[in-house]
Design a protein around this ligand. Structure first.
Ligand SMILES: C[S@@+](CC[C@H](N)C(=O)[O-])C[C@H]1O[C@@H](n2cnc3c(N)ncnc32)[C@H](O)[C@@H]1O
Length: 289
């Protein structure tokens, strides 16, 4: 595979990818509302050919397959072998033959046939060269093609991530200051930056709409397991596993404060982003084929 995003390729093929593969049902439940909202914004139609960028364990790929059925098809693209393995198994179990999967870097991969639309649920914030990556994604779209994705807003607006991290911070060394433009879950928190990346990559009609929703709804023990294993706290504890015991009590207590009759619920804040190809690019692409 290409090595433009070597760090992320290593990250998602090692413990992060294995953890996501293992916790797939809980993670899908946690972020399903965001993906569904972004898919609604993309307004897929039966018969369309769709690219699912950073498809992970394939949850949205299968949802897309059902939205474009019966004639349409979807390609799930990801750099993570362990997550794609889960995706392939799920598609086979569900008997879905219109969803394919490919292990490749969205920043550099080349496609044979154009897509009507490209989609992503939290899979586009990890590019070393975001303008290059979105330029590549643009060239994968047919004239008039659409883009739709969901990404996190800033950490302070996302208590689902901040609450456990702050509870743990009393016991673990502080995280190094985050560069908000570094590849990672919060790299697209600034809507102005997202717009400028997409504009530079040749997209038009860019719309960023805030979407806020409480997420989780798990029993306390399951919420604790998720908080300790994914996101920035999961990363920190994977790198310093001896810290796990010391933070468990504080994280449990912090999550318990958000327990409701529907389980532990914490606020989340995202951007639903849509864009499409401008008329000039459409003419240019059209004349080249
Ligand atoms: C936060 S996970 C989201 C997975 C999935 N979209 C979901 O919602 O369950 C981010 C995904 O992006 C993938 N990813 C990161 N960089 C990528 C790249 N350059 N090309 C393709 N996939 C990438 C990771 O392997 C991972 O599966």
């Amino acid at each position: 595979m290409e090595t433009a995003n070597a760090d992320q390729i290593a990250y998602w093929n090692d413990q992060a990818g294995l953890t996501w593969a293992e916790l797939q049902p809980s993670l899908d439940a946690q972020i399903a509302p965001h993906g569904l909202r972004a898919l609604d914004a993309l307004a897929l139609r039966p018969g369309e050919r769709v690219l699912d960028i950073g498809c992970g364990c394939g949850d949205t790929t299968l949802e897309i397959a059902s939205r474009v059925a019966p004639e349409g098809e979807v390609l799930g693209l990801d750099i993570s072998a362990p997550m794609l393995e889960v995706a392939l198994e799920r598609a086979a179990m569900a008997g879905v033959t219109t969803a394919g999967f490919r292990q490749a870097d969205a920043q550099t991969v080349r496609f044979d046939a154009p897509f009507d639309a490209a989609f992503s649920r939290f899979g586009v914030m990890f590019f070393a060269d975001p303008i290059g990556a979105f330029t590549n994604i643009r060239t994968a779209l047919r004239p008039g093609g659409r883009l739709g994705f969901v990404c996190w807003r800033k950490p302070s607006e996302n208590p689902w991530m901040l609450v456990p991290l702050e509870a743990a911070s009393r016991f673990v060394p502080p995280l190094p200051p985050m560069d908000p433009t570094e590849p990672g879950p919060f790299a697209f928190a600034d809507a102005a930056r997202v717009r400028s990346i997409l504009l530079a990559a040749g997209f038009a009609d860019i719309v960023t709409t805030p979407f806020d929703t409480a997420i989780g709804g798990f029993p306390l023990q399951q919420a604790l397991e998720l908080a300790l294993r994914v996101g920035p706290l999961g990363k920190l504890l994977r790198e310093a596993p001896d810290q796990r015991e010391s933070v468990i009590g504080a994280v449990r207590e912090a999550l318990a404060a958000h327990e409701t009759r529907q389980g532990v619920l914490l606020a989340s804040a995202t951007w639903i982003v849509t864009a499409s190809l401008p008329a000039a690019a459409q003419r240019q692409m059209g004349s080249g084929h």
